[in-house]
Every structure is written in structure tokens, then in C-alpha cells.
Design a protein around this ligand. Sequence first.
Ligand SMILES: *Cc1c(COP(=O)(O)O)cnc(C)c1O
Length: 418
Amino acid sequence: MNHFAYSKGQLYAEGVPLTDIASRYGTPAYVYSKQALSDHFLAYQQALSGKSHLICYAVKANSNLAVLKVLADLGAGFDIVSAGELQRVLRAGGRADKTVFSGVGKRADEIEYALKVGIHCFNVESEGELDQIQGIAARLNVPAAVSLRVNPDVDALTHPYISTGLKENKFGIGIDTAVTVYQRAATLSHIDVTGVDCHIGSQLTEIAPFLDALDRTLALVDNLSESGITIKHLDLGGGLGVRYKNESPPPIDDYIAAILNKLGNHDLTLILEPGRSIAANAGILLSKVEYIKDNGDKKFAVVDAAMNDMIRPALYEAWLNIESVVYRDSKTEEVYDIVGPVCETGDFLGKDRRLAIKPGDLLCIHSAGAYGFTMSSNYNSRPRAPEIMVDKETAHLVRARESIDSLMQGERTLPEAQ
Ligand SMILES: *Cc1c(COP(=O)(O)O)cnc(C)c1O
């Protein structure tokens, strides 16, 4: 179900008109639907009921404490890539023992922190990292549960910047050398080998690459079992795509059913790390049209949100649906490029969009709940937008708009010359 839909000629977030949110909190603003987040998570949970599993929401997609708390309350685990994300999970009431730690460049202090709070597992991406974890775990005298992130060398058929499962990518350990690394890991005093992990990319709209990766990782599990290494969990990463425009990614149930079917009677706990498929369509970016500009060949709608608020169109050529919050007669529609105020040609939110708008109107940029706010920056000294979560008829401010003062906090000029 779509929780950002028109009713009586204007767009709502659940039961709250977006116009109300704009007048109360200003624009640009991120707006999330609690119900949409919950529905997406529960779709995973229901499809996996009866199977030993752990759904570890990928925090980097949207790390607001309110988002993490909604998911933690539903029983979610978490996939983190930094100590900062781990601290967010704990502050939101998430459990360390349901948290897995991914990423190619974990620092020693981050590993130590994760060991001290007792995370579920490290997804190890290199032999160097394995030795580092062994050293720190030995010093603290605690066991470290690890899985190796293997690179199954499958093509995720997605945008090259978000494809991670090919040999040429920086991620993981080659699946051919993995057995040797596992054998060595098994001899290390403070390493507890528990799993096999992979994550082949993001915004996948087909099931086939996931199943190819699963075939290869299952073959590895069987191989390891023959050499006396028992694997308890298989982590298939995240990556399930969502509909932005006209993509038709498999529904969550179909995706899970296909995985469970292939897992057959392997006695493995299944870990998944979905990010986008939970958060993307649970959020929108609300923006106001400042100016309409006509340069003869082209019309522009200059809006108050920019690439610093939402970088996906500039970075990944992402297409996001943009609608006018208050419905206007389609007879006044024109074709616009929707651009922000930042001094970069790449600063656009959408190109060639047919809209009926005038200055002062509100626009809703859809599918902005994942990799939206978390990738936002202060470029051009723009304070970051507030985040609002709607729960039925009520809008809650879950992160205040940054102030100009907060932008300069911690900065200072050089001392005066004597
Ligand atoms: C980014 C990432 C995810 C989440 O990917 P989505 O496409 O958002 O589901 C999961 N696992 C790892 C290791 C990641 O880097």
C-alpha cells in the first residue's frame, strides 16, 4: 500500500496533509511513514516465519534514531558499517547481539567497541582484517564470531556504482581463495567461524543474480563442511530493488520464497541485510518551488531542495517520481527540469517532468527514504533538512533542521599574529 497518496486533491503522508507539514516545519524536509517502514519490515518477517532467520536492516540506508527504534521494536537486527552506526543502533534500543558489522575498512577502535558490546558477527572482508580482529579479541580475551564476505563473482545487473559482487570490485574475498582463508581462520585462537556472507549489489530487480550467488555460497558451505568447518549461518546481504519509475522488482515474498526453495534442507540460519527495500518507499522529500525560469528552449523549476539534500540523481542517474503536492488542472502542465540552488550543473532532482506548478507550490520527491538524508551534506553551507515521521494522524519532528550556527560549530580562525 502507498502511504503517500492523494486525497481530496492533495498529497498526504498517512493521515497528514503534506501542506500542513510544510507550514509547520518549512521546506525542504524529509517525511517518513511509520506504517510504510513497518509494513516493509513485516513483509520480510512474515515471509521468513518458520525459518531460523535474522533480518538485519542496513542502517546506512536511513539511520535516524526514530527509524531504527520502529524497526528495533519489531524485532529487527541491524547491519552496520561504522562505530557511529553501532552507537545509533544501541541508542535506539537495538540489540548488539542481533547486529552484524560489514565494511572493507573497519578500524581497530571500531572492532574493539563492537567486541566489547558483543555484536553477533563480523563480516570480514580481507585476511588483514581477520588478523586484526584476532589480535584485538586475544587482547580482550573474548571470542570474535566471524563470517567471511565472499565475492561470488556474479553480475548484479545494476548501476556500476552499486554493483559489488564482481571480481573487479573492492569488496569481499574471492570465492576461490575463501576455503584457504577459512581454514586459517579456524586455527586462530579467538576467532569463532560462524558464517558465510555475501552482498552483491543494490537495487537488483531480478531474482536470478541472488540465486546464482546463493548457489555459489552454498557450494562453499558444503566444501567447508567436508574440511571439518561447520557453518551456522548464511548471510545473503541486502540489495533487493524497489520501484522508482517502472521497474518491477520481485515482491519481498517471492524473493524470500525463491531463496528458501534453494536453501532446501540446509540447516542454516538465514541472515538478510535489506536497506533500500525497507526505507526507500517509506519516505519523501518535500520541497518548494522558488522560481519558474524560462530560457527559451527549456523551462526550469528552481526549488529549495538541492543535490546536497538528495544526491542520488547526480551520483547514480537515479530517477525519482516528482509530484505536485496540491493537484492543479493538467491543462496548465509544462515540461520542466527540477533544479536546486547549488552551483553545479549536476544539481537537479529531475529532468523533463510534466507538471502544473507555479512559484510557491510544494513538490513531493518520492522514494527518498533510503540513501536520501544519510547521503546529504552541507555543501554550499546549506543546513541539512529536518526529518519528520508521520504516525497515522500525527507528524513528529525526529530531527530538527540544522542551524547556520551548527554549521560552523567547531571551526575557528588562526590566532592573531603577535
Ligand atoms: C549497502 C549494503 C546493504 C544494503 O543494501 P540495500 O540495497 O539498501 O538493501 C547490505 N549489506 C551491505 C554489506 C551493504 O553494503
